[in-house]
Design a protein around this ligand. Structure first.
Ligand SMILES: *[C@@H]1O[C@H](CO)[C@@H](O)[C@H](O)[C@H]1NC(C)=O
Ligand SMILES: *[C@@H]1O[C@H](CO)[C@@H](O)[C@H](O)[C@H]1NC(C)=O
Ligand SMILES: *[C@@H]1O[C@H](CO)[C@@H](O)[C@H](O)[C@H]1NC(C)=O
Ligand SMILES: *[C@@H]1O[C@H](CO)[C@@H](O)[C@H](O)[C@H]1NC(C)=O
Length: 430
């Protein structure tokens, strides 16, 4: 390669040759403007006819730097290179495109006057979200009524737009003017989301999503927590149940941060799980749950008050459920069962049916003699009541399907009454 150096660009014997009949060099196609994502490779293509002894050079026009002449690199940049196809096509390659590569590039022929064409390289950068070292990093916590501020600092070229939404697609609620005004939105545009006068229902995960047209968009997840004094609601404050039945009592709890929940008798006695009591919690959402207490085989001393308590760092709440004895004879012959009745067999007979049939229980042995499947099914309920007056129930119009059975050796004096159970179910569903 005998020719080198930028000096060539200055007039180089074009005049003498220009007088001949040879056609002037010409560009066959314009340089393409290109938009390239940072990190990718790209090239400009310059096609020249009738170059004869002229040379093609590449120049970065904004800095006036000569990058290459013919196939010789001038710029000291490992990411640049030139190729020539041996005919009329020159290419300037830029690998691993960087932000400072953007600008106007010129393909130039050293005629006099020189000929050139230009193309631009626009470098774009996919959006990114900075992890800032802030207290709101990853989310925010506030006391109910306070303010949580979430900031999403996004970078990229062109500058990304930022929008917010809730992860579960519930609406965003923005409260202004101390809660007197509120805006319910699916998404919010802006890099900072301010949740003022925040409520427990605002708790959950929020996403900020940054996009600038260069895929992919990015998102960041924030967790918002709202702390408040626990709250307890008891829907059935009075529960009537017959002796020997199993009873479920329930408290609805809202608390955040998570609370310690427990049950006591109204005497203050703390209840622990054993064969008498079982306690369960059903989580409903980020801040609410159901406390279930099942009391088995009600006896006289089990009637009375039960207190559910929920306490967290912000305080304590209590709910009281009163259990009253229901006398079967009265309820079936006089006023209809009160709606507050909350007696439920812990397992429905229908669901239990197949299992019970397979299990050889003591009750089953007796019932086989009767050949009455219906009574077998109900007899396995854990409702054990003996009440002779039950025969007076109005539902007993056809021959009673129930039978009185011995209920095994463990409760020798107890009887299982199919009709009693059936009547109770009727009352519940009433
Ligand atoms: C490239 O962009 C410039 C403006 O930046 C425009 O004048 C020119 O026509 C474009 N070239 C092509 C080939 O589209
Ligand atoms: C362009 O940026 C790259 C890295 O981002 C750097 O190595 C290079 O020196 C820069 N070139 C110029 C001309 O500034
Ligand atoms: C965040 O800030 C703490 C001190 O405030 C510093 O020790 C830690 O290195 C910072 N982390 C980052 C990623 O800047
Ligand atoms: C608590 O009782 C409700 C019925 O009122 C039931 O749906 C729920 O599954 C119970 N929770 C547990 C953990 O047993």
């Amino acid at each position: 390669m005998p020719i080198a150096g930028p000096l060539l660009l200055c007039a180089f014997l074009p005049v003498a040759l220009g007088q001949l009949a040879e056609p002037e060099p010409e560009f066959l196609a314009p340089l393409e403007n290109q938009t390239v994502t940072q990190g990718r490779d790209m090239y400009f293509t310059c096609v020249v006819n009738h170059l004869s002894s002229f040379k093609v050079a590449w120049i970065k026009s904004d800095t006036k730097a000569i990058l290459a002449i013919h196939t010789h690199m001038v710029a000291q940049n490992q990411r640049l290179s030139v190729t020539h196809n041996g005919h009329n096509t020159w290419k300037l390659h830029v690998s691993n495109v960087q932000k400072n590569d953007s600008g106007t590039y010129m393909c130039q022929i050293n005629t006099d006057p020189m000929r050139s064409q230009m193309g631009t390289l626009e470098v774009v950068i996919r959006p990114d979200i900075l992890n800032e070292n802030e207290s709101s990093e990853g989310g925010g916590v506030a006391i109910e009524g306070g303010t949580v501020r979430l900031k999403c600092h996004a970078t990229g070229i062109p500058e990304p737009t930022v929008l917010w939404r809730r992860e579960d697609s519930r609406s965003l609620v923005l409260r202004h003017d101390g809660g007197r005004e509120k805006q319910v939105l699916r998404t919010y545009d802006g890099d900072t989301l301010v949740l003022g006068n925040i409520q427990r229902s605002d708790m959950g995960a929020y996403l900020c999503i940054a996009s600038n047209g260069v895929p992919p968009s990015v998102s960041k997840r924030f967790t918002v927590r709202v702390h408040f004094h626990p709250l307890i609601r008891v829907s059935n404050q009075l529960v009537a149940a017959p002796a020997a039945s199993d009873v479920l009592v329930q408290c609805y709890v809202e608390a955040s941060p998570r609370a310690m929940n427990h049950w006591t008798r109204d005497t203050g006695e703390k209840l622990i799980p054993n064969e008498k009591y079982s306690m369960e919690e059903t989580i409903l959402n980020e801040y609410s749950l159901l406390m279930n207490l099942t009391i088995r085989s009600m006896v006289k001393k089990d009637f009375g008050g039960y207190v559910c308590t929920s306490s967290n760092a912000l305080g304590k709440a209590e709910g009281v459920v009163r259990l009253q004895e229901m006398h079967m004879a009265k309820t079936t012959t006089t006023t209809p069962a009160p709606r507050i009745v909350d007696l439920k067999p812990r397992k429905t007979p229908h669901r239990e049916k197949p299992k019970k049939y397979k299990r050889p229980t003591k009750g089953r042995k007796d019932s086989e003699d009767e050949g009455d499947l219906e009574s077998t099914k109900i007899a396995t309920l854990e409702t054990r009541t003996l009440s002779p007056s039950l025969s007076a129930t109005p539902s007993a119009t056809k021959p009673p399907p129930w039978v009185l059975q011995r209920n095994g050796a463990d409760t020798p004096n107890r009887y299982v009454s199919a009709l009693a159970a059936a009547t109770l179910l009727l009352l519940i569903n009433y």
